[in-house]
Design a protein around this ligand. Structure first.
Ligand code: PAF
Length: 285
């Protein structure tokens, strides 16, 4: 199937208005490109659930802080378009920075509280930039359903919150993490890793696994559970933990005392040039 590429809002709406007029449901998969198996699973899910799928590819400058990887973020558009077409994605929405943020653009979505913890500590402007561009994408594409990955748990929680608070008429579906054979969560930023860093990065999944195993074995003390995770991560000297925490999955309050079913165990770490994240939830054993 050929993929239709739009580079301006006018082009995009020209195509999507026809789809809407024909009564087709629209699914949106927002991405920054450099697509991997995790993105592919979102697109496959969108294709299964919606009549037409739009994948946006936009490296959003407003979600990168000073000294982050905006300039070096991987770009592989031809490969991305080939993959999307093979998955049955009908439309690629590829705006330029100037199309997304024309001269004079000065509006930003802000959220209190939920953006100040976990990744928000190391990346203070990040989530404001994410919410701003995602809200713009929702207005441009007008999707019935939008698909996000569970790896970016905090991002998906904030988007769900924004959609509820601002009454945006879109259904949010969060899809499971896709992992490499050694358990490392797939990420466009894994490409930055040297072979040695790549080898050690799998400790993140192992650390979460040890915390989960201890939970399943009956350990409930949140501080002890977190300490176990840190102990495992410390085995890999190239991995510098930013946080490894247990938090309430809805309020993101740090869990003190007893961990509970549903709690989020989240980790972020610097590995060479990459900042990687991963998470899981405690389930009933
Ligand atoms: O998760 C991402 O790739 C980005 O944060 C998103 C949602 C595409 C917004 O730029």
């Amino acid at each position: 199937m050929n993929i239709v590429v739009s580079r301006t809002v006018a082009e995009l709406r020209g195509h999507l208005d026809l789809e809407c007029d024909a009564g087709r449901t629209v699914g949106l998969v927002p991405t920054m490109g450099a697509l991997h198996g995790g993105h592919a699973s979102l697109v496959a899910r969108a294709v299964a659930r919606c009549d037409v799928v739009v994948t946006s590819i936009f490296i959003n400058p407003r979600q990168f802080g000073a000294g982050e990887d905006l300039g070096s973020y991987p770009k592989m558009l031809d490969d991305d378009l080939e993959l999307l077409a093979s998955l049955g994605c009908r439309h690629a929405w590829i705006p330029s920075p100037g199309e997304m943020y024309p001269d004079g653009y000065c509006t930003r979505v802000e959220m209190d509280g939920l953006t100040d913890v976990l990744c928000g500590v190391s990346r203070p402007a990040h989530f404001g930039g994410v919410l701003t561009v995602v809200l713009k994408l929702f207005h441009q594409v007008k999707p019935d359903v939008a698909f996000f990955g569970q790896k970016d748990y905090q991002q998906s929680l904030l988007i769900r919150r924004m959609v509820q608070d601002l009454e945006v008429p879109v259904c949010i579906e969060v899809c499971p993490i896709v992992r490499e054979p050694d358990g490392l969560a797939m990420s466009s930023r894994n490409r930055y890793l040297s072979p040695e860093e790549r080898d050690q990065a799998s400790v993140l999944n192992r650390a979460l696994g040890v915390v989960e195993d201890a939970w399943r074995g009956g350990e409930r003390d949140a501080a002890r559970l977190m300490a176990l995770g840190h102990l495992v991560a410390a085995e890999s000297p190239l991995v510098r933990i930013d946080y490894l925490e247990i938090r309430d999955a809805e309020t993101l309050t740090l869990r003190e005392g007893e961990a509970r079913v549903g709690d989020l165990v989240a980790v972020a770490a610097f590995v060479g040039q990459a900042r990687l994240i991963d998470n899981r939830h405690f389930t009933e054993s």
